[in-house]
Design a protein around this ligand. Structure first.
Ligand SMILES: Cc1ncc(COP(=O)(O)O)c(C=O)c1O
Length: 409
């Protein structure tokens, strides 16, 4: 009998460990960036897909459609129009690259700039997927503390100066300024201007991730940092994952043409899925604003349900600042709570939460923090899940002091 192949001996030694077997979503799903299932505009998506296919379906015969490697031109035109209207950013569709989720945008930027040993400045608490990507490449994410206005510019200045004296020039500053993940803050305009000044002074570009910027409770927001930039210092990315659907895997990246050309050379996937792009362009042209308005209203209701349930079941043990949009609540629990242990214990009871250390440049400051996504669960599941989470937290750590409803004075 022929010997079987010993794949373990052949696999690259630095591969991540195998993913655990998928057991489906937890009954109370507060993880990831999932959105509301009931508001998925299925019928309109079917109609948009059918109409785009009838009109242009034959273009699927070629890689990259007829619009070329940047992506389906009507979608790039929509992105440019949306950015002008909502983010104050004027760009040509020729400076927009459609990506397979904004995660591919992160990968392309990383591939262009980073090699092992490089340094990237990040918000101290930041998107776990971005941090994991940097670490996987052997780059070091250096955290800059945040406050209610996002990354602190005084501390960024200090960090840049300290790194310069060590001869270290960070490759870029990665920020999520408009509905920060996980904290939910919005960086004020003056601070965005300071960030651009620091970027100019130290010659370090800014990578602005605006993945959640369209999900705001109000229409007031400062312009995108890229919109305030006059010297090509900012690379900007965004996504349709949170406004429409994450499973479509469609995002975009905006940068000056020379950089876009570099990214296109790195994007070796044969093009982002064409059907998704065609459907989105068709749908968003007439429906995006109404859909986003509807979804943000629902999200605000879910956030209110979550903050209400936390107050009811955790009392003062759970500290948080309600975000001004988005899908996450970032919660600080007393020091006695080990968030990694809490997430393991709650997962065993069907409640999935994100432990803070996975959303932090250094694990320690987020030791007792958790991130709860209110986008996907129903209001009923939010209430029930938070109640159960409080029971588990009480059982494991004695916090909140008593399980069940917190008595009010
Ligand atoms: C800040 C941020 N950037 C990027 C992404 C990636 O999103 P996608 O690849 O679905 O566009 C996420 C997902 O949660 C995120 O939170």
């Amino acid at each position: 009998m022929a010997a079987t192949i010993d794949y373990d001996a052949l696999l690259a030694p630095d591969l991540p460990p195998p993913a655990p077997r998928w057991k489906g979503f937890a009954p109370y799903n507060f993880i990831g960036g999932n959105v509301d299932a009931a508001s998925m505009p299925v019928e309109d998506m079917i109609a948009a897909t059918a109409s785009a296919l009838r009109r242009e379906g034959t273009t699927l015969a070629t890689y990259g459609l007829e619009s070329g490697p940047l992506g389906y031109r009507p979608l790039r035109e929509f992105v440019a129009a949306k950015l002008r209207k909502r983010s104050g950013l004027t760009v040509s569709p020729d400076n927009v690259l459609i990506t397979s989720g904004s995660n591919q945008g992160l990968d392309l930027v990383n591939e262009m700039f980073l090699r092992p040993g490089d340094t990237v400045l990040v918000e101290q608490f930041s998107y776990g997927g971005a941090l994991a990507r940097l670490r996987k490449l052997g780059a070091t994410p250096v955290g800059v503390p945040l406050d209610g206005g996002g990354m602190r510019m005084d501390l960024l200045g200090e960090k840049l100066a300290a790194l310069a004296t060590e001869g270290v020039k960070p490759k870029f500053i990665y920020v999520i300024p408009t509905i920060q993940n996980p904290g939910g803050s919005i960086m004020p305009e003056a601070r965005r201007a300071e960030l651009l000044e620091l970027s100019a002074r130290y010659g370090v570009p800014v990578f602005e991730d605006e993945c959640y910027a369209d999900l705001l409770w109000t229409s007031e927001r400062p312009p995108a940092i890229a919109a305030m930039d006059e010297s090509n210092r900012v690379i900007h990315c965004g996504s349709f994952s949170k406004t429409i659907a994450p499973a479509l895997r469609v995002g975009y990246i905006v940068a000056e043409p020379a950089l876009i050309a570099r990214m296109v050379a790195c994007k070796t996937d044969g093009g982002t899925g064409a059907l998704e792009q065609m459907m989105l362009a068709e749908y968003c042209r007439t429906r995006f604003d109404a859909h986003v308005g509807h979804v943000t209203g629902l999200l605000k209701q879910k956030l209110d349900a979550m903050t209400g349930a936390l107050e009811e079941h955790f009392g003062t043990a759970a500290e948080f600042v309600p975000p001004e949009g988005g899908i996450f609540l970032w919660i600080s629990l007393p020091d006695a709570v080990d968030a990694m242990k809490l997430s393991a214990a709650s997962a065993a009871s069907g409640i999935a939460i994100n432990p803070g250390p996975e959303w932090s440049a250094d694990a320690e400051p987020a030791r007792s923090r958790i991130r709860l996504c209110f986008g996907n669960p129903t209001v009923g599941d939010i209430r029930e899940g938070v109640k159960k989470l409080a029971e588990i937290c009480h059982r494991e750590f004695g916090i909140p002091l008593r399980s069940g409803n917190i008595e009010r004075a």
